[in-house]
Design a protein around this ligand. Sequence first.
Ligand SMILES: [Ca+2]
Ligand SMILES: [Ca+2]
Length: 346
Amino acid sequence: MDRLRVCTASVAIAFATASGAEPPRGYPIAWGEPGGGSPGVPADLGPVTAIAAGRFHVVALQADGTVIAWGDNWAGQSAVPADLGECIAVAAGDSHSVALQAGGTVRCWGYNLYGQCDETTKGHVIVAIAAGGHHTVALTSTGEVKCWGQNQYGECSVPIDLGPCTGVGAGFRQSLAIRANGTSAGWGYCDAPSQPSVNLYQQLTGGLFHSIGLTLDGQVSCWCPTAASQCAVHPTAINCVMVAGGDYHSAAVTASGATVTWGASPTGPSAIPAAAKHCFAVSCGAYFTIVLRHAVPDIDGDGSVSGSDLGFLLGQWGSAGPEADLNQDGTVDGADLGDLLGAWTG
Ligand SMILES: [Ca+2]
Ligand SMILES: [Ca+2]
């Protein structure tokens, strides 16, 4: 597997690459219920490579390996530890946050009533993480799945016959894993018997009452006995590269960078901001959606980053400049110029 799939909680998500290639970098765009976790993005955020929405907070992995969190902080879930090392993946549960440090160790902070932050990974090199509502899932370098935290529905009772896995995911009360042969496994509230058995997956994740799978060929499948509109996969959700689940909605980004959502409003398709294009990652909070949009320094779309793009950017300097505002913070300024020069191809 060339990607670590770090999936979501009711809501949480994370994503990183382990292939050695530079991960894509971009900037978050969030929309949905503003009372549910302050989806507003910090103004000082740098380029981001992975995003994980908890139910009411967001954890972002910046391109330099540092982690920033914002939104609800009642349990300290948005208080990133000062001694956190360089990270390669993030995940977020209901009210806890998880980060995978570059050396393969897991850090966790926030709500810990159920032991969801009592890591049990000592002695293992962790390569992927996921967070459920009140539990945490991790994948070791040898393909073993570890789980700790709430176990009310058996979400942390990892099947003894699971076998080696290549990816992990989580919904609020369930855990998910991609077996080495590409098939899915699930346990907890939304367990194995309720999921399609024939598909081969590249990502598994979940929402409050549903599980979502992204197949190797980019199709979305969605299951769980009580799921309704959140599993009514939108017909334009084809050729997808990432999926996410919120409380009562789901979202996907396609290979062309479009964002697709389905399920309960106010996060329905009509709410998707026009700027939510050129996207490569998505995560869902309880009632909000957040995507990562590529900074697109090839502003004029001629295939290279050169003087014409620089001219375009300078022409919109200081304005809202929708084309040249590469980091989507509302103003064309030095941060955008930095992104453009960083991608300069002449
Ligand atoms: Ca250009
Ligand atoms: Ca800007």
